[in-house]
Design a protein around this ligand. Structure first.
Ligand code: IPE
Ligand code: IPE
Ligand code: MG
Length: 266
């Protein structure tokens, strides 16, 4: 491994599941799956083909995450802003969502994957809502990986809805303003009960957050790769995990404090 000027690393070897340390597996990995359209364009294909191949990459990454014992995998599949794309593309994504959920439910069951969704789910097409809910119900008892799909998701709106919920609780006297703390807000978010992401991956070379998990990523490690999402596979995922494991998360402390006080290390 060689360190680049920007602090990233170039790996000269393949990372296998065995090379990943079992002691510091991120409990929660979140991914901004970006680049489907550019991947398709580069191949002279329609953007919807990019989404179709992107869905196959989802399969590979869900398997890889399960293999190394990641507990939560959150995938940004469709943002609130994505509704403003051409209708044909939106329709193709919704159809694909229904198709994939139905096709993949047996494999989710086989691997004990539990499905959850975050976002303004009531904005999805009735078909998409129905398949999603069916699979969420079917997989609810599974104890392996929790796969969280962010659909029609906007972090600002999530925070806004949390503020409304909390304000309404205060207005009916459930608790007072002084009782509001970080956990009150966390409980009111769509991600209530989930650990914050340890690692946030964004594919396609873009280095922005695009309205994703703004509250939850306060201390996440960021990993950006130029790979377009449809080309992202098990190897790409393991590489991201490997690089994550070679970072020092300090949470505001000094490096020395981390080595002398084992309470702060993972
Ligand atoms: C990510 O790929 C998938 C969605 C946002 C639905 P894009 O469709 O954004 O692909 P690019 O960024 O245009 O290449
Ligand atoms: C972010 O990608 C949303 C998803 C991956 C679902 P976009 O392609 O929509 O983000 P911008 O517009 O490039 O910021
Ligand atoms: Mg994009």
């Amino acid at each position: 491994m060689a360190e680049n000027e920007d602090g990233t690393f170039t790996l000269f070897f393949m990372i296998t599941a065995e090379q990943i340390s079992k002691n510091s597996i991120p409990a929660h990995v979140a991914i901004i799956m970006d680049g489907n359209g550019r991947w398709a364009k580069a191949k002279g294909l329609d953007r919807s083909e990019g989404h179709r191949f992107g869905a196959e990459a989802v399969k590979k990454v869900v398997r890889a995450a399960g293999k190394i014992g990641v507990k939560y995998l959150t995938l940004y599949a469709f943002s609130s802003e994505n509704w403003n794309r051409p209708q044909a593309e939106v329709d193709a994504i919704m159809d694909l969502l229904v198709y994939m959920i139905q096709r993949e439910t047996p494999e989710l069951m086989e691997n004990s994957v539990r499905l959850l969704a975050i976002g303004e789910i009531d904005r999805l097409t009735p078909d998409a809502q129905k398949s999603l809910q069916e699979t969420i119900d079917t997989t609810s008892g599974n104890t392996g990986l929790t796969l969280v799909l962010a659909l029609s998701y906007s972090s600002k709106r999530e925070i806004l809805s949390a503020v409304r919920k909390i304000s309404s609780d205060v207005s009916i006297g459930k608790f007072s303003v002084d009782d509001i703390d970080e956990s009150t807000i966390e409980t009111a978010l769509f991600t209530s009960g989930m650990p914050d992401p340890d690692l946030l991956i964004r594919t396609s070379g873009e280095q922005r957050i695009s309205n994703f998990l703004l509250w939850q990523i306060a201390y996440s490690e960021f990993y950006f790769t130029k790979t377009y999402w449809p080309d992202f596979d098990e190897q790409s995922f393991f590489e991201a995990i490997y690089q994550y494991q070679n970072r020092e998360r300090r949470f505001g402390l000094t490096g020395d404090q981390l080595t002398t006080n084992s309470n702060f290390t993972e």
